[in-house]
Design a protein. Structure first.
Length: 505
């Protein structure tokens, strides 16, 4: 990856969180830190602790309940020279729907000021919004009491998963706070404290700390997208690696591991199950029953299910499994208790379906994601329904599931407001594009091998839930669509499948 590409990805911005357990936040130092993150141009602070007054005229609560208007964004653009602080009264709504509105607003604000800072409430670790914490790159921990800060992190599982920068003078005690101590060791605290020469928390060196956060963020980008120089070094040393790989089994013989692997080839397993008349699914206490029902109907019949179809299918399935009258099956979320095993059989009430005509294409598109419960939620529709065209297919999946390259090709990436984070695969005659990605694992111009993870499923752009919007096309210099410098004509992904007869990814 070229240096300019690294700088471009860093310039897209990030959210850095800060928490001060048991102490008021040092707002002046935080503003200096946020200003330094943006090279002195401006700063943005989200005060989730709700203990300061904002200066934008937009309460923080509003970012969770509605999308900012163009007039409001223009007003923020005009005010940004003095810095933007979002706070106000009221607790932000923690539902997924409201979080999506906040995430959308965050992307709009980052176009004005890319690098943002959020202040978390430091008095109750259970009050933290897990979804907000999940999108942050780094978490700064500061305060006056090491024990109080360590106890706070010990009780907050979401924070322990992040890259923690511990700014207190004394490190947490390993015996009293083992989880906190482990999380701090995994983070970049040691290197940051040494490089930034931090002795008395963030107030002692906010600008130096901002530089450290910058290289931590770039290091994370490089880890996911290695620079071209490393690839060249690997190619030069490949003969030596090949020789070592050949000799190691003879020098250090190992036994075969019979355990299940996350990288196992799922396709033969799915092909075998797809012809079976039923399958058993064990619930973990969090999985939605309706999601598995949608997957089952799609797998057996290659149709997109509606609410009526799902209700009828679930009534029959729950009754056949002897769970009628348990209580949880009537819940709106329909989440069975942990350990519940339900047998899902081929629906008998659907009659003639599309399984025989497009079943192979359905299996192909759902197999491209590393989620065994992926299913199609919307087909290609050129004319549109109710005036809304749909130029691809939507494959629903868990957020973070890997998207696997179905063929070797050249990668192109882009980003726009509607499609969010986008990656495309281009070969001699056709293109394949995935939209709404969360993270990219390849960059522009890199060569992709068949089966490689190229991105992860996300919710960027205009979307109501995690899924991959898949667009297929035929390369045509007169085409009205473009990815990188390649023009193409969009075609139905189902038609694309039968036209090019691709191999299974």
């Amino acid at each position: 990856m070229q240096r300019q590409v690294l700088n471009y990805l860093y310039a897209q911005g990030e959210l850095v969180l800060a928490v001060f357990p048991g102490n008021p936040a040092p707002y002046e130092a935080l503003e200096k830190f946020a200003l330094a993150l943006n090279a002195g141009a401006s700063f943005v602070v989200f005060d989730f602790s709700l203990k300061s007054e904002g200066n934008t005229g937009i309460p923080l609560h509003d970012l969770f309940t509605r999308i900012l208007t163009n007039d409001e964004l223009q007003a923020l653009e005009e005010k940004k020279q003095g810095g933007l602080i979002f706070s106000g009264f009221g607790t932000p709504d923690r539902s997924e729907e409201h979080f999506r509105k906040f995430y959308h607003n965050l992307q709009l604000i980052k176009k004005i000021v890319p690098h943002t800072v959020g202040i978390l409430p430091g008095d109750d670790p259970t009050a933290l919004d897990d979804m907000v914490v999940d999108i942050a790159k780094v978490v700064l921990v500061d305060g006056n009491s090491t024990d109080e800060a360590a106890a706070f992190i010990e009780d907050s599982a979401p924070l322990r998963k992040k890259n923690i920068i511990w700014l207190l003078e004394r490190m947490p005690e390993k015996k009293r706070f083992p989880k906190c101590a482990k999380a701090v060791r995994k983070g970049a605290s040691k290197n940051v404290r040494k490089k930034a020469k931090i002795k008395n928390g963030i107030a002692s060196a906010p600008e130096a700390l901002a530089e450290c956060v910058q290289w931590i963020t770039k290091e994370e980008i490089l880890r996911k997208n290695p620079m071209e120089g490393l690839s060249r070094l690997f190619r030069n040393l490949f003969p030596l690696f090949l020789l070592v790989a050949f000799l190691v089994p003879f020098i250090y013989p190992t036994s075969i591991d019979t355990s299940h692997s996350n990288m196992r080839d799922r396709i033969p397993e799915r092909n075998k199950l797809s012809v079976a008349p039923s399958f058993d699914y064990t619930f973990d206490g969090k999985e939605n029953l309706r999601r598995i029902a949608r997957y089952a109907i799609g797998r057996f019949n290659a149709v997109i299910s509606d609410d009526k179809m799902i209700r009828q299918y679930l009534d029959e399935t729950i009754s056949e499994n002897g769970y009628k009258g348990q209580g949880w099956e009537d819940n709106a979320l329909a989440v069975p208790p942990q350990g519940t095993v339900i047998k899902f059989s081929r629906p008998d009430n659907l009659g003639k379906t599309a399984a025989d005509s497009i079943g192979a294409a359905w299996k192909y598109w759902t197999s491209i994601l590393s989620d065994s419960i992926a299913y199609i939620t919307e087909f290609y529709n050129e004319r549109g329904i109710g005036g809304r065209k749909h130029n691809g297919i939507d494959v629903a999946s868990r957020k973070g599931a890997r998207i696997l390259a179905p063929f070797s090709a050249k990668a192109y990436t882009s980003r726009d407001e509607r499609g969010g984070v986008i990656i495309g695969l281009v070969r001699e005659k056709d293109v394949l594009i995935f939209m709404h990605c969360d993270q990219l694992l390849y960059l522009d111009g890199q060569e992709v091998m068949q089966g490689d993870p190229i991105a992860t499923v996300g919710m960027t752009g205009h979307t109501t839930g995690p899924h991959a919007h898949v667009v297929t096309g035929v390369i045509d210099r007169r085409g009205n669509s473009r990815i990188g410098n390649v023009k193409y004509k969009v075609i139905d992904p189902i038609a694309w499948y039968y036209k090019f007869k691709p191999n299974t990814p």
